[in-house]
Design a protein around this ligand. Structure first.
Ligand code: NAP
Ligand code: CA
Ligand code: CA
Length: 264
């Protein structure tokens, strides 16, 4: 068991680390160097790599027995379900960072024996830190976030990547909702659902680091977060993912499944 005071101490420590990192990010962005990974659209920068390696250093120095699973350089998945585990997406929305210098974030999730304990989505360009603490709630820059009010799909904006749904499914979702917007960073699209601004965000092939923080926000704010069969998502594997206002959830999944129409 992790005590409330242990959780609190680690939370304060990680917040300090995020604050310190935020002082270094402008210089990293000034010296940005972009490389491609699997295709010309699959980008990584020195900003992504440096943040992840700084987080590795932070853990090695202060919490040497904690495990790290990160997008850029930490892919060892043994032992993640036991003891202390951290997941990090150092920059979520790298294409946005490179092309717009806007709409990117850092995602961090901390698990103990497979249960989410602390979560962070840091919207650096807007200096917004979304933070969730197990049992204590969720906060936006220290202001408590309110659980969402259930609302129907017809009244809500939803977001998903329009390249991966078939046309029929996409149009059915557009017709059934109030409207569509996509930020292009899974953490920030999810944060809009957490604040109640969006009704849902769908990602048909989320990696573990894309959704590491969302588990705890969903718990603390009364959101639905499952795969498309309404089953829990394994935090070590990721996969099809929806985070949703409870009032939109079933309608969206009915449409998504009845039209059989999405790709990973
Ligand atoms: P993008 O602007 O590059 O990224 C949008 C979001 O998707 C970010 O959170 C990004 O995380 C994540 N992402 C990027 N590449 C991904 C991949 N290969 N698989 C899963 N998530 C990914 O997105 P895009 O230009 O529209 O698409 C880039 C590629 O990602 C395409 O192959 C697209 O099909 C795929 N993708 C799939 C989905 C889905 O729902 N299946 C959603 C988004 C993107 P990082 O910035 O950390 O990479
Ligand atoms: Ca990502
Ligand atoms: Ca990333």
């Amino acid at each position: 068991m992790l005590s409330e005071s242990q959780r609190h101490t680690i939370d304060q420590h990680v917040q300090q680390w995020i604050h310190q990192m935020s002082q270094e990010i402008p210089e990293l962005i000034q010296q940005i160097q972009t490389d491609t990974k699997s295709s010309r659209f699959d980008l990584v920068t020195n900003v992504d790599r440096t943040i992840e390696s700084r987080f590795e250093q932070f853990l090695k120095t202060h919490y040497p027995d904690h495990h790290l699973y990160g997008e850029e350089a930490h892919h060892e998945t043994h032992h993640l379900r036991e003891g202390h585990t951290w997941l990090i997406d150092p920059i979520d929305g790298t294409a946005n960072l490179v092309k717009q210098q806007d709409d990117f974030c850092m995602i961090i999730g901390y698990f103990f024996d497979g249960e989410p304990q602390l979560s962070y989505i840091y919207d650096y360009p807007r200096q917004k830190l979304y933070r969730a603490v197990k049992g204590s709630g969720a906060f936006l820059n220290d202001i408590r976030m309110q659980p969402v009010t259930p609302q129907s799909l017809k009244d809500k904006i939803i977001s998903f990547n329009n390249r991966v749904l078939n046309d029929e499914t996409m149009h059915a979702l557009l017709d059934a909702s109030f409207g569509y917007r996509l930020i292009g960073a899974c953490g920030l699209d999810s944060a809009r659902v957490m604040t109640g601004q969006f009704g849902a965000h769908i990602h048909t092939n989320a990696k573990p680091w894309d959704i590491a923080a969302q588990f705890l926000f969903a718990q603390e704010l009364g959101l639905k977060m499952t795969d498309f069969e309404q089953q829990p998502i394994d935090f070590v594997h990721g996969g099809p993912f929806i985070i949703s206002n409870p009032g939109c959830y079933e309608t969206i999944l009915d449409i998504l499944l009845s039209n059989g129409g999405y790709q990973k």
